[in-house]
Design a protein around this ligand. Structure first.
Ligand code: ADP
Ligand code: MG
Length: 347
């Protein structure tokens, strides 16, 4: 997996009861026993993974996300994106029910992470591990700290330290020591996010939510009391703003501008990921500082905050997973085709 830095999965959600009621037809299918998606009668796309409407969170997690957690422990950075039209299942896939059976990626990730940490302890490996969580929202190029009510968004600045690591100056980084703790921190953050939803027009689907877990591992040398070099790595889980159809009726004025904004931001992100997955680029790194983004093709990071924010966790030795979420309904066929084309180009 170290060879391929960008992987793309597609998840097709089931028709919702309301859609069944209104006789929506299914126009997107996973072709059984392949990694092909078929849209319409005969158009197909190949991806790294395809999850049909009956797929479970568990299948997706085990196939796509668990390997990233393993590499996190090895010192590699990673980013997981959920991409797609509003209503296609991004939040369901990433967040799901935080505290119930129906946990999406976040809940499983939290359990996996702390289980692995516990295992290391049980194996007698002398490590001091710390996990820090931060949770931010990016709306119209403005960053908000979802874990800190009182931080003014103007106080958050994206910087690069002298080792090339991206840091957000002013963001709250909360130490956590269990899966449960992580989930309650997130719940608090989500509550803050929802406050915005009543003020603005479906704010949450028009902004990116970025959850970041930073792992610091300090292994002790065999006998000495002095810890050996620390290993830092981080994993971002990003619930992207919904891809918008700009020609939809009723999408005018401020909303239209906003849609264009969102789409161009997503395009910029796509361009960065595509540049990174370009085979002409060379990927080198030592696995400890994963910020070697040098290479052949020009990578247009600077264009948007989302790419600046994720800079040290995209490309280089970092692993990127894009989960493209799609609705199967024939009503969204045009949008779904756009999402599949985007996701396919990114590979
Ligand atoms: P988005 O975040 O992309 O706007 P949501 O995650 O909110 O979309 O999903 C829209 C609706 O579809 C929600 O009611 C969600 O529960 C449901 N849904 C999405 N994906 C699935 C799935 N794979 N299985 C069952 N229900 C799903
Ligand atoms: Mg959502």
């Amino acid at each position: 997996m170290n060879e391929v830095c960008v992987r793309v999965a597609v998840r097709i959600r089931p028709l919702q009861p309301r859609e069944v009621l209104h006789q929506h037809r299914v126009c997107v299918r996973a072709v059984p026993n392949t990694s092909l998606v078929m849209i319409g009668k005969d158009k197909t796309f190949t991806f790294d993974h395809v999850f049909g409407y009956e797929s479970t969170h568990d299948e997706l997690y085990e196939a796509c996300v668990h390997p990233l957690v393993d590499s996190l422990f090895e010192g590699f950075n990673a980013t997981v994106f959920a991409y797609g039209q509003t209503g296609s299942g991004k939040t369901y896939t990433v967040g799901g029910g935080l505290t119930n059976e129906d946990q999406g990626i976040v809940g499983r990730l939290a359990q996996d992470l702390f289980q692995l940490l516990g295992q290391k302890r049980a194996d007698g490996v002398r490590v001091d591990n710390t996990v820090l969580v931060s949770y931010m929202e990016l709306y119209r190029e403005e960053l908000t700290d979802l874990l800190e009510l009182h931080t003014n968004r103007k106080d958050l600045h994206i910087r690069e330290d002298d080792r090339g690591n991206t840091v957000v100056v002013g963001v709250r980084e909360t130490p956590i020591s269990s899966a449960g703790e992580l989930l309650s921190v997130l719940e608090a953050g989500n509550a803050l996010r929802h406050t915005g939803a009543t003020r603005m027009n479906d704010h949450s689907s028009r902004s990116h939510a970025i959850l970041t877990l930073q792992l610091t591992q300090r292994c002790h040398a065999d006998r000495g009391p002095v810890p050996a070099a620390a290993r830092f790595s981080k994993l971002h889980l990003v619930d992207l703003a919904g891809l918008e159809r700009v020609d939809k009726t009723g999408n005018s004025g401020v909303r239209l501008k906003e849609s264009i904004h969102i789409n161009s931001g997503l395009m910029a992100l796509g361009n960065v990921i595509r540049a990174l997955s370009d085979p002409r680029r060379s990927h080198r790194g030592n696995g400890i500082n994963n910020n070697i983004n040098s290479g052949g093709a020009h990578v247009p990071y600077r264009q948007t905050k989302i790419t600046r924010l994720l800079r040290d966790s995209l490309g280089g030795t970092a692993h990127t997973l894009m989960v493209a979420c799609v609705s199967p309904s024939h009503h969204s066929m045009a949008e779904t085709l756009g999402v599949l084309q985007f996701a396919h180009r990114v590979r």
